[in-house]
Design a protein around this ligand. Structure first.
Ligand SMILES: N[C@@H](CCC(=O)N[C@@H](CS)C(=O)NCC(=O)O)C(=O)O
Length: 278
């Protein structure tokens, strides 16, 4: 049982002290959701094995009254199992698989392109002692390409990403949180993608008027502004150029699950369009 309500979290930080890892971000929110006070063990990419006494090469890791738990997913399972009397992170059985799907979709859809757009920033913002390791390991991840070469030309690629987030905007259109009236682990896992982005994005990835802004701002403000570290960058302010795609859908929701069939009146405009090309 957490002594004095405190749990230790091994963080993965940039030189500014802000968390970079989306896995650690999701864990910070999970601990706050469960109502714990957190003792942060600071540090960057190098020396993780030494800091954790040989226990882990990856972060996050937590220590709860002497009990080590590694891996963000196992940490969440541990917290709900050990503290079921506190607000559940994944209360319903469907939350876990749907959260894993959403996380996987966000990685493919936005983290992959944004990784290529911010990878040089990611290295430059890391702790000085991490630069060499981050350069070598990330260049290996990118098939041997130089970080500078991968990031170059991002002004042409960044405007192509916001339209891809439309299904996620639809998800949040009619609800306050993915979890309903209150956020749950699906919210934290999705927020973590944008918290990671804000930790490295020296130029914004989303337009000022992106409808996701409301959920993102409320999410960053949770738990006393947990996502508002001064080292973070704004996500909003992407400037579009002529020829760039519309960043998000501005029309009314149409078709499929985006609108409700409440009789012919509700589908007439769509029917006209698909039958007459109006
Ligand atoms: N399955 C792990 C993945 C954790 C992970 O990959 N963490 C990365 C940070 S994003 C890490 O520790 N990287 C250390 C490194 O790159 O050397 C979890 O869910 O916690």
């Amino acid at each position: 049982m957490a002594k004095n309500n405190r749990i230790t979290l091994y963080d993965l930080q940039l030189a500014s002290g802000c968390t970079i890892s989306p896995f650690v971000w999701a864990t910070k929110y999970a601990l706050a959701h469960k109502g714990f006070d957190v003792d942060i063990v600071p540090g960057g990419f190098t020396g993780i094995l030494e800091r954790t006494g040989g226990r882990s090469e990856r972060l996050p890791a937590i220590v709860d009254d002497g009990e080590w738990v590694l891996d963000s997913w196992l940490i969440v399972e541990y917290l709900d199992r050990k503290y079921p009397e506190r607000p559940m992170l994944c209360g319903d059985p469907s939350v876990k698989p749907l959260t894993q799907f959403l996380d996987g979709w966000l990685w493919t859809t936005v983290i992959t392109p944004w990784f290529g757009c911010y990878i040089q920033d990611y290295r430059d913002l890391s702790l000085p002692q991490d630069h060499e390791y981050v350069t070598r390991s990330r260049e290996n991840m990118l098939g041997g390409r130089k970080l500078e070469e991968v990031q170059a030309g991002r002004e042409d690629r960044l405007p192509k990403v916001p339209p891809l987030l439309e299904p996620f905007r639809q998800l949040l259109r009619d609800r306050k949180w993915i979890g309903g009236e209150k956020p749950n682990y699906a919210d934290y896992r999705a927020l973590a993608v944008f918290l990671w982005t804000a930790s490295v994005a020296t130029t914004p990835p989303l337009t000022e008027d992106d409808p996701l802004r409301d959920w993102l701002d409320r999410g960053f403000d949770l738990y006393g502004g947990l996502g508002r570290h001064p080292g973070m960058h704004t996500l909003f302010g992407l400037k579009l150029r002529p020829g760039d795609p519309e960043p998000f859908s501005k029309g009314p929701p149409m078709g499929g699950l985006a609108s409700r069939n409440t009789g012919p009146q509700s589908t007439r405009a769509e029917t006209e369009r698909i039958t007459k090309g109006a």
